[in-house]
Design a binder for this molecule. Structure first.
Ligand SMILES: CC(C)(COP(=O)(O)OP(=O)(O)OC[C@H]1O[C@@H](n2cnc3c(N)ncnc32)[C@H](O)[C@@H]1OP(=O)(O)O)[C@@H](O)C(=O)NCCC(=O)NCCS
Length: 184
């Protein structure tokens, strides 16, 4: 029987496979299973990439229909947002599968769904500025995204409250910043 490889919609039963990917890519405990579960049960969009049955990457996005729906901390500092807003929340690929075009494929697929299935007028991609994979965002620029703002110490409070260890900063507080890419 042929083994499956490629992009699929994320289903509840697959959520458990996202944890080891998130742990290794963002730091242990940054994402917990209940957060992924809540995310999907609220109707958000998840895509996974499978290689020979194994889930090796994922991308999560949410659609916000109106003002006030999006609770991301940076939103209050953004002057104007058009709705529906598509927020590409999280993309990750297991290190041993990186640099094979999987991230690019996940990003293309999620953007296509947000634009054409959900009718999003604007896309946000909040990027972890100090990530060693920040270079990945050059793809966003090619796709027409521009930087709308940089928010220093973005996860400091959150990392203390949730006690997660950023891969770069280690013990909280995290001193990393967020760069917001936007495409209208
Ligand atoms: C970012 C990430 C999802 C990219 O996934 P990937 O499967 O390696 O990406 P691809 O192979 O499709 O490469 C995408 C592009 O980024 C570039 N790239 C990927 N990793 C890179 C790195 N470490 N350094 C420099 N460029 C890199 C590739 O050259 C490619 O550029 P191109 O489109 O001009 O050819 C993956 O590295 C990852 O999971 N990182 C940890 C989590 C993370 O930081 N996510 C948020 C990123 S802002």
């Amino acid at each position: 029987m042929q083994k499956s490889t490629g992009i699929e919609l994320l289903q509840m039963g697959e959520l458990i496979h996202l944890i080891p990917i998130a742990d290794v890519c963002f730091g242990t405990g940054y994402f917990k299973l209940y957060q992924f579960t809540r995310f999907l049960s609220e109707g958000s969009l998840g895509l996974i990439y499978r290689v020979d049955e194994k889930v090796v990457g994922y991308c999560l996005a949410t659609v916000f229909e109106k003002t006030g729906d999006c609770k991301e901390a940076y939103v209050s500092e953004i002057k104007e947002i058009t709705y529906p807003l598509g927020l590409i929340k999280n993309i990750a690929v297991l290190p041993e599968y990186q640099n094979n075009g999987i991230g690019n494929r996940l990003l293309d697929a999620v953007i296509h769904k947000l634009n054409f299935k959900f009718g999003c007028k604007i896309l946000h991609y909040p990027a972890w500025t100090e990530s060693k994979n920040y270079e990945f965002t050059k793809k966003l620029r090619r796709l027409g995204f521009t930087v709308q703002g940089v928010f220093p110490d973005y996860w400091a409070k959150d990392s203390l409250e949730k006690n997660y260890h950023c891969q770069r900063c280690g013990t909280p507080p995290c001193s990393c910043s967020l760069t917001l890419f936007v495409k209208n």
